[in-house]
Structure formats: structure tokens, C-alpha cells
Design a protein. Structure first.
Length: 182
């Protein structure tokens, strides 16, 4: 039997010994980090970054999205999307086309090369999920899915009720500067 990487060992010890009843958000973050790390290592074998995977996955489900819609679905700021798409265009995964009706809008389309990656990359994500759920009862998986969906829904409702938006890095820097002056 292989042993987990030292960083995984440290995380497991932390959760089992140091803070067995710590906040759920921290546990979810560490579980996410482990899943992302496992997928990143597999994607790297195919010279695909995790950031590109995120955009590819969205485009496989809905090709031709605007750059703004893609940013929103990926949960990242538009400058991040712009940089990633430029790199993905250089790699031959996507093309960017201005809208015929609104020249300010840019639509993103997969190339045949970008579309073909699906058959190679999706099984990697499925493998990571299968490994993560090894030995976990189906009822526990269903309960965890229901719990996490409820968490996501509750957080979305809270965000909408507070009319909150994630500030851009530039806006956040401006807020910090104003606080320092005050």
C-alpha cells in the first residue's frame, strides 16, 4: 500500500487530532485541495493546466459563450479569463470571435483540438472521483451531495440577500488604500 504525500498526511493529522470539530468550511477547503491536486497531477501528464481544464469543462457543455459568461461560470474575474483564453488560443484549444451584433462582446469557441481533449481529460476527473469515493457507502455520498448542495444554495441566498459582489483585485486595493488614509 502506498502512503499519502507528506502534505496529505499533515492535513489528515490536523483533522483527526488537532481540530476534529473545526469549521466545515476548512474541511471542505482541504478536501477540495486534495481533489484538485490529484487532478492537476493527471492533467499535467497531458500538458493541460487546471485553469485551462476549468474553462474547457464549461465550453464542452456550452460552446460559444461570451467571455463574460465564461468568467461568471468559472467564478473568476474577467482579466483572469482573458489571460487564460489567450494562452488557450495559442495552444490551439479555442478561438475568440467578436459578436456580429455587439462588437464589445467576444464569444469563445472550441477548436477541434480543444473539443478532442474531452475524451482524454474527462476520464482523468472520473478516476479522481472514483479514488476519492473508494470505500464510501452510496448513502453517504448521496447525503454529502445533498449537504453540499444545501450549503451552496444557502450561500447563494445569503449573497443575493446582501446584494454582495466579489470586488476585483483593483477595487480591493482601492478599498485598502482608503482605509489606510482614514
Amino acid at each position: 500500500m502506498t502512503r499519502p504525500a507528506p502534505s496529505t498526511q499533515t492535513i489528515l493529522k490536523h483533522w483527526r487530532e488537532a481540530v476534529p470539530n473545526d469549521r466545515l468550511a476548512h474541511l471542505v477547503k482541504d478536501a477540495t485541495r486534495a481533489l484538485v491536486r490529484a487532478l492537476q497531477m493527471r492533467l499535467a501528464e497531458h500538458a493541460v493546466s487546471f485553469g485551462h481544464w476549468t474553462f474547457l469543462r464549461i465550453l464542452w457543455e456550452g460552446d460559444g459563450l461570451t467571455q463574460r459568461a465564461l468568467s461568471e461560470q468559472a467564478g473568476v474575474m474577467e482579466p483572469t479569463t482573458f489571460s487564460a483564453l489567450k494562452a488557450m488560443q495559442r495552444l490551439g484549444y479555442v478561438t475568440r470571435r467578436k459578436s456580429d451584433t455587439d462588437r464589445k462582446k467576444v464569444h469563445i469557441y472550441l477548436t477541434p483540438k480543444g473539443r478532442a481533449l474531452r475524451d482524454t481529460l474527462v476520464p482523468l476527473a472520473e478516476e479522481v472521483n472514483a479514488i476519492a469515493l473508494r470505500g464510501v457507502k452510496a448513502a453517504d455520498v448521496a447525503a454529502t451531495r445533498a449537504l453540499l448542495l444545501a450549503v451552496i444554495e444557502n450561500m447563494a441566498k445569503d449573497e443575493a440577500a446582501r446584494d454582495m459582489r466579489m470586488p476585483s483585485t483593483r477595487a480591493l486595493a482601492g478599498l485598502r488604500a482608503r482605509k489606510r488614509k482614514a
